[in-house]
Design a protein around this ligand. Structure first.
Ligand code: F6R
Length: 610
């Protein structure tokens, strides 16, 4: 949520700032701003709206020669999107300005105290208190002032600060929200994630919590939480720049859908040994720990939760462990029953989702074994789990996840197989067959994508005018229905609901009327006939049904209006294929409806607020 950039270098700062903000725009896009120091004073340009609007504003009024500056793209939390609420925020004296990512939880108390001292606030944001605290704590030393001011904050923050007294430098610090720095010949770059920096350097410094950096064109000096200068080692980022660019596709989402065979293969293959065993370097549970496990709790938000729903079915089936899944925002506030024999698996693409991070901290605090499935290296969740298994999906830029979801599911299959083997529940033969199927999936994912693309484009036509749609399925098909429904609603703004097919008749079936569109996911062999019965029920009430299944069921699908077939696979893995046409369906529907596919309204890529 919100993107931050900073640059201190030898070239003009403004083009770098705008370029970095464009790369981070997926993190928030309701307002944006930049600031530089010019002739001893701060010069701030900020506005409601997209980066492109800020860029046109800057082009007409802001040809600044300054070589140091900061910028921000916002996803509103405190205060509506407006020019006044856009960052950077300036202190009353005019000496400081700040850009901020995160939430200051005690801002109301701080604001009241500052107002009592006569400070006048110009925005509704929590961030503005930081600017005024900088004034209040000003001691002539830039770094020490930032440290004193942030010492009063509760909550999460990543901030970059400019000071008019020091036009050649930026001070930045963080707690709870990420901040990354990189240095090259052109100077030093700061970003709230690596995509803002990647084109300049692949060697980056992750700022740890409460660390501070003094940034100039020559590099960064780092200070630990006590204020002592420290040496930090850079981390080499494996992601390449091409992965964070559209590469000829109209939208990142389509590109990322098409990258799923690679994402699945890159995630699975390093975890399969030469003798076809599932191996994890990064799983810190001993064989005894695994045998002692009594249950698994999977916790995540949104699509990551839907990946968890796939994990639940597969793990229960193979490893015969009871698996609960929870939405992280519910889990953290419901006093869950947890103990040392519970494995808590948290799943997060960004590794920064506030509720998921809080759930992880809760589980860590209760003495559970915690395992994090994360895409972004060195993110907060990755840093705090007892084990972390990275999905190798590469950078995901579209707000609606596709390839990261696919890679999360891949890891869950690996974990299920691993636990089953360690618990003595997978024979040598069964394990080999399971691994062979996992290794065959990338080719089947490619085949599905190319096979169904044209048909889906055609089918999407009937979704374009819809106001409502329903997705039904049982077991793994239900897990897919939840993801399919979320994808459609979040990018096309068509209201849709996912229902366990057998549950419809307990109330929701009253919404089915002549012409209602129902998508029935029916790739699970063992419940296929049951789902067909539910299809008959909705058809009897006038629904039009699009069913997704495998070729083996073609004849039995006689009742449906439209059918979409996926390649044959082991039924346990069919969900990884049937979700693909659903992603494409959402994409083509949203495109035809003229929606902003990569940046749907009201959303942001990484949800760092509760
Ligand atoms: C939907 C989507 C979201 C995320 C959710 C969790 O397409 O992308 O529902 O899955 O916000 O995000 P992470 O995985 O970053 O924790």
């Amino acid at each position: 949520m919100c993107g931050i950039v900073g640059y201190a270098g030898v070239n003009r700062a403004v083009p770098y700032l705008l370029d970095g903000l464009e790369k981070l725009e997926y993190r928030g896009y309701d307002s944006a701003g930049i600031a530089v120091v010019e002739n001893g004073a701060l010069r701030i340009t900020k506005t409601r709206g997209r980066i492109s609007f800020l860029a046109s504003l800057v082009a007409s009024e802001h040809q600044s020669p300054a070589t140091v500056g900061i910028g921000h793209t916002r996803w509103a939390t405190h205060g509506k999107p407006s020019d006044a609420n856009a960052h950077p925020h300036q202190s009353g004296s005019g000496r400081f300005c700040v850009v901020h990512n995160g939430i200051i939880e005690n801002y109301l108390q701080l604001k009241a105290a500052l107002q009592a001292d006569g400070v006048v606030f110009r925005s509704e944001t929590d961030t503005e208190v930081i600017a005024h605290l900088l004034d209040k704590n000003w001691d002539g030393d830039f770094v020490s002032t930032v440290r004193k001011a942030t010492g009063q904050l509760e909550g999460a923050y990543a901030i970059c600060v400019l000071c008019s007294d020091f036009p050649d430098r930026i001070v930045c610090t963080r707690w709870g929200s990420p901040l990354v720095l990189g240095t090259c010949d052109a100077g030093t770059f700061i970003g709230s994630d690596v995509t803002a920096i990647l084109q300049h350097t692949s060697d980056v410094y992750y700022l740890d919590g409460h660390e501070t950096a003094l940034v100039t064109k020559d590099g960064a000096v780092f200070y630990d939480k006590t204020g002592a200068a420290i040496e930090k080692q850079p981390t080499r980022i494996a992601w390449n720049l091409a992965a964070a660019q559209k590469g000829g596709y109209e939208h990142f989402m389509l590109k990322e859908i098409m990258e799923q065979p690679q994402a699945f293969a890159d995630t699975v293959s390093p975890r399969i040994s030469a003798d076809k065993r599932i191996v994890f370097e990064d799983f810190h549970l001993t064989d005894d720990d695994i045998r002692a496990l009594r249950r698994v709790a999977i916790v995540a938000c949104g699509s990551a939760y839907h990946a968890g729903a796939v994990g639940k079915y597969v793990m229960e089936k193979l490893a015969r462990l009871p698996v609960e899944i929870d939405i992280a925002s519910e889990f953290r506030y419901r006093d869950p029953v947890l103990d040392a024999q519970t494995l808590v698996i948290v799943i997060s693409q960004s590794g920064e989702t506030a509720d998921t991070l809080a759930a992880l901290r809760l589980a860590n605090g209760r003495g559970c074994k915690t395992l994090c499935i994360v895409n972004v290296v060195s993110s907060s969740i990755a840093n705090e789990g007892s084990s972390v298994i990275y999905t190798h999906a590469g950078p995901e830029i579209a707000v609606a996840t596709t390839k990261a979801y696919c890679a999360q599911v891949a890891v869950l299959y690996l974990i299920a197989g691993y636990l089953a083997e360690k618990r003595g529940l997978l024979s040598e033969e069964a394990r080999r067959a399971y691994v062979a199927e996992l290794e065959a999936l990338p080719a089947k994912i490619s085949e599905t994508l190319s096979q169904c693309d044209a048909q889906i484009q055609e089918l999407s036509q009937m979704f374009i005018p819809l106001e409502h749609a329903y997705f039904i399925g049982r077991n793994l098909d239900y897990a897919c229905a939840m993801e399919a429904s979320l994808k459609l609603k979040e990018i096309s703004y068509i209201h849709s609901e996912a229902y366990a097919a057998g549950e419809l008749k307990h109330g929701t079936i009253s919404l089915i009327e002549q012409g209602t569109l129902v998508v029935a996911l029916a790739a699970c062999d063992d419940v296929f006939s049951k789902t067909m019965s539910n299809i008959k029920e909705v058809k009897a009430r006038g629904a039009r049904v699009l069913a997704v299944s495998t070729a083996g069921h073609t004849d039995a699908m006689g009742e449906v209006d439209f059918r979409l077939l996926i390649p044959a696979t082991d039924p346990l893995f069919a969900v990884t294929l049937e979700v693909l046409p659903m992603q494409l369906l959402s994409y083509y529907t949203a495109r035809s409806r003229g929606c902003d596919i990569d940046k749907p309204r009201n959303l942001a890529k990484s949800v760092t607020v509760e």
